[in-house]
Design a protein around this ligand. Structure first.
Ligand code: CO8
Length: 293
């Protein structure tokens, strides 16, 4: 099994701090260790005075398939016939395994002070999709193939990553209800112009076969996105972008995101204590295993 350092690389290319997900074999699924490693990289970027942009890039078909189902710990409940709701040890276990980690990861993205850029090579799912909605600039390689999906209801989870605030504000309230309650895909075309921004890359001008050379095209997309951002920021006085971010994402907005983050993790805790997500993740893992045979 790869370590977080093997799955996630980083590069400092001022004014950019580039974080790249490099486990295409699992569609860039993330364990809590991986997400927490990303938060340490966010801090490195934050502490680097030469970096003004933190760029998230990925590899392969998906930006990220969200939580790695192989990393979800099994729920050992009812071993002694104790109702899990009444066993403080079970509650403590999920406070540590879920609530603290999830809240901390989301909080790191909410509070990140550099311009957060997501370059989507493909779809993002779950907590990773929620993180995309917390980014300041989001570019997609291919609008038709890109989607965000929040399968929290099918996995017996509650909303995560402050998506209860971000999605209704970007997509509208009623549509967000449908997308979240029924775990439906938010297609690229539905958020084009609001979440997904247009890049000026013209793939038809590149000498790459879009359908047959996906690895090369993602590599090229990542490279060209950095070039494009360099070009766009060529004539700007960089310290202004951070002042602008502080205004566009001011303390009242940050506080709202933090409040909803706290409410979300608390609303999900009971499901973990009762073993619901663990069972559903296990089912998903078994389904994938069976499909491999
Ligand atoms: N975890 C681990 N492995 C994965 C994951 C994942 N989330 N997603 C895909 N993979 C693996 C598959 O097992 C498969 O491996 P192999 O080739 O060895 O069989 C490989 O990646 C390719 O996947 P598929 O063959 O399934 O590719 P498809 O194009 O057919 O399907 C999908 C792509 C739709 C993304 C499908 O793989 C899927 O449904 N994956 C699960 C997505 C998911 O539900 N993620 C969880 C979201 S919830 C969340 O993020 C909340 C987090 C809360 C807890 C945080 C704990 C860290």
């Amino acid at each position: 099994m790869k370590t977080s350092q093997q799955k996630i690389s980083y590069e400092v290319e001022p004014p950019f701090f580039i974080i790249r997900f490099e486990s295409p074999e699992t569609l860039n699924a993330m364990t809590y260790d991986d997400y927490i490693y990303v938060t340490t990289l966010l801090e490195l970027s934050s502490d680097n005075p030469d970096c003004y942009f933190t760029v998230l890039e990925s590899s392969g078909r998906f930006f990220s398939s969200g939580a790695d189902f192989n990393s979800i710990p099994p729920n050992i409940i009812d071993k002694n016939g104790i109702n899990p709701n009444l066993d403080p040890k079970v509650i403590q276990k999920w406070l540590e395994n879920f609530l603290c980690k999830n809240q901390y990861i989301t909080q790191s993205f909410i509070r990140h002070d550099k311009i957060l850029v997501a370059c989507l090579n493909g779809p993002a799912i779950g907590l990773s999709a929620a993180i995309v909605l917390l980014c300041d600039l989001v570019y997609a390689m291919n609008i038709e193939e890109t989607y965000l999906q929040f399968p929290f209801s099918t996995l017996g989870l509650s909303n995560e990553g402050s998506v209860s605030w971000t999605l209704p504000n970007k997509l509208g309230r009623n549509k967000s209800f449908e997308k979240l309650l029924f775990a439906q895909k938010v297609h690229g075309y539905e958020i084009q112009g609001s979440v997904l921004l247009e890049s000026h890359i013209n793939y038809h001008q590149l000498e790459i076969d879009y359908n047959n050379d996906k690895e090369k095209i993602v590599e090229t997309f990542n490279k060209l996105m950095i070039q494009e951002l360099k070009q766009k920021s060529k004539n700007i006085f960089l310290p202004t972008v951070l002042k602008m971010k502080a205004l566009l994402k001011d303390e009242s907005l940050v506080s709202q995101l933090e409040l909803i983050n706290t409410k979300e993790v608390n609303s999900g805790l009971k499901f973990w204590v009762n073993g619901i997500p663990q069972g559903r993740f296990q089912k998903l893992k078994n389904m994938k295993k069976a499909a491999r045979k």
